[in-house]
Design a binder for this molecule. Structure first.
Ligand SMILES: [Zn+2]
Length: 212
């Protein structure tokens, strides 16, 4: 599980789990080296979606005060509960369950595993500088969607949620079920990632030539 989700943290490159990063002998020769190269892919899109699981979704118990992405999981009858997540530095999977496969009393991915994951990651990353996920592109948009119709929410939709779409694949039309009196979107689309700040325009630059 940790190996699988680390593919996203590592921008698309799978890394075999290992307990040994590097072995160097007394003369400085490298005997074994399990460090790995990286490359950029659109795995960052998935990272962005999974960051929203922790910031505002089912995994808020896994908030650790630094960029992190992850997913909760719970099997039927609460026999298994998972939280699998990562930061730019580290991937970690937490499973809870009973060894006789009996159901747990009150456990699902978002409570016990997410809390354990957060506690562990906070300790593991303590003192390390906060790193941001690398974003090679900005091709996702966040759209407020009607729960019922799956179309863009309008002011009359009773239940809505924010959903990420690849640009061009987002719903175009407004919800036809809950037609608003004023037919306008409840919230306009916005890029999922803030654009870099534009250069400042100074007032003097706007004055007509010869005005000085
Ligand atoms: Zn609606």
């Amino acid at each position: 599980m940790a190996a699988a989700i680390s593919v996203l943290a590592n921008e698309g490159v799978r890394v075999e789990p290992t307990a040994i990063k590097k072995i160097i002998d007394s003369e400085g020769n490298v005997i074994e080296d399990n460090t790995y190269p990286t490359r950029a892919t659109t795995a960052s899109d998935m990272t962005e979606i999974l960051q929203s699981v922790i910031s505002s979704g089912t995994g808020t118990n896994a908030q650790i005060g630094r960029p992190a992405a992850g997913k909760t999981g719970t099997t039927d009858d609460h026999r298994d509960a998972w939280f699998v997540g990562y930061t730019p530095e580290m991937a970690c999977a937490v499973w809870t369950g009973n060894d006789d496969f009996s159901r747990m009393n009150y456990a699902f991915g978002g409570n016990i595993p997410a809390t354990v994951w957060g506690t562990f990651m906070k300790a593991a990353l303590e003192g390390k500088a906060i790193a941001n996920f690398h974003k090679p592109g900005n091709d996702l948009v966040a759209v407020l969607v009607c729960d019922e119709s799956g179309m863009k929410a309008n002011t009359a939709c009773p239940k809505t949620h924010r959903e990420m779409f690849r640009k061009g694949a987002e719903p175009r039309g407004l919800c036809p079920i809950h037609a608003a009196k004023v037919d306008k979107p409840r919230e306009t689309e916005r890029p999922a990632v803030e654009q870099p700040p534009q250069p400042e325009v100074h007032e003097e630059d706007l004055q007509a030539p010869g005005h000085v």
